[in-house]
Design a protein around this ligand. Structure first.
Ligand code: GTP
Ligand code: MG
Length: 334
């Protein structure tokens, strides 16, 4: 039995989808389940597998492993249309399950967010309706998955199933969304998402307890990016980011992402907030181009080795995975 939690260490888009897809395809020779935790359809996770690119807002990033089961926890917000489209695109009908109590976003939630000057102009929200759905949840008037006929085929008790799978020796991966410093409690408030998204909250989202955890994998990109507003230490101009090859564009919004060099102090704080046991560093190929596509420890360049040693020294946590490209297999495991 192994329970992994995958969580972003900075401001999102670190490549949680990529690391989840790697763990899903390699860490289980038996039963596998991946459970989406975190906020909702405001996320955009990218999986590149066998030459195909999937941009997912709800479906967990382990769908391509045949016979695996995919879950969405009670603490997550779904949008029926987006979810049903993704189920079709990934061919997941029959092995994707939603908790009876998963919250459902409606057009009204999206419109309420779009009409909010505060969210649009000050916070830089994605306006996907997750926050407004959360408001209704707190007021106990949000409709949940069991209230919608079209979701009936997918309903289950996610917590019960995940606990049973762990009892039976399965590998379970809890996939977070957003990231540590977008947590409404521990992030750069008010420039955050609408929920806590640190490791403990992710467990609660899917109904698992802390005693079951094997590894807490905090994912950092080899540089820092941020969408929306809020402080970003040592932020580069867009031109400088482009010169370094660090320019990125949002999966959900298409907005250019702001960029800055790796922040060791922030990384240390993220490891504390999440109780990290392992670090994954993504986009190593962007910062160290000779490592593009590398899968072997012999291919780690001296500069890259120095960087990862510095990450370990400054955080006190082992760097376990180096991601060297977008594909699920492009990882050096240490
Ligand atoms: P959020 O929940 O929105 O934070 O998503 P995420 O953390 O899954 O990241 P997202 O998919 O939004 O962005 C990461 C981007 O980097 C995607 O386009 C990935 O395909 C890509 N990517 C991930 N790891 C690597 C890597 O090691 N090298 C390269 N070149 N691209 C990568
Ligand atoms: Mg993203």
């Amino acid at each position: 039995m192994s329970l992994y939690i995958v969580i972003g260490g900075f401001y999102g888009d670190e490549g949680k989808g990529k690391i989840t897809s790697y763990l899903a395809t390699t860490s289980s020779d038996g039963k596998l389940a991946v459970a989406r935790a975190g906020v909702g359809t405001n996320a955009g996770h990218t999986v590149v597998h066998e030459g195909e690119t999937y941009r997912l807002r709800s479906v967990p990033s382990g769908f391509m492993v045949s016979d695996s089961k995919m879950y969405i926890g009670a603490g997550v917000y779904i949008n029926s249309q987006i979810l049903l489209d993704e189920i079709e695109k990934t061919g997941l009908a029959g092995r994707l399950f939603i908790d009876h109590h998963t919250g459902v976003i409606t057009k009204d939630h999206i419109e309420r967010e779009k009409a909010s000057k505060h969210l649009n102009e000050k916070i830089g929200s994605t306006c996907s309706g997750s926050g407004a759905a959360g408001v209704d949840r707190v007021l106990r008037k949000l409709k949940v998955a069991k209230d919608y006929e079209e979701l009936a085929p997918y309903l289950t008790d996610v917590s019960a199933e995940l606990n049973t799978l762990l009892d039976e020796g399965a590998t379970v991966i809890v996939e977070g969304s957003q990231a540590t410093f977008l947590s409404v409690y521990h992030g750069s408030y008010p420039f955050t998402t609408s929920k806590d998204v640190c490791a403990s909250a992710l467990l609660s989202d899917v109904g698992l307890g802390p005693s079951r955890v094997t590894e807490v994998v905090v994912v950092f990109k080899a540089f820092v990016t941020r969408v929306g507003e809020g402080h970003l230490k040592d932020e580069l101009s867009f031109e400088e980011a482009k010169n370094r090859g660090w320019d990125e564009y949002g999966t959900v919004t298409g907005r250019p992402r702001r960029a800055a060099p790796f922040d060791f102090d922030l990384a240390k704080k993220a490891c504390q907030l999440n109780g990290a046991t392992q670090i994954a560093l993504t986009k190593m190929d962007i910062v160290f181009p000779e490592m593009t596509g590398a899968t072997n420890v012999d291919q780690i360049t001296p500069e890259a080795r120095e960087f990862l040693q510095q990450v370990e020294q400054r955080t006190g946590v082992q760097v376990k995975y180096l991601s060297t490209g977008p594909s699920s297999g492009e990882v050096i495991e240490l």
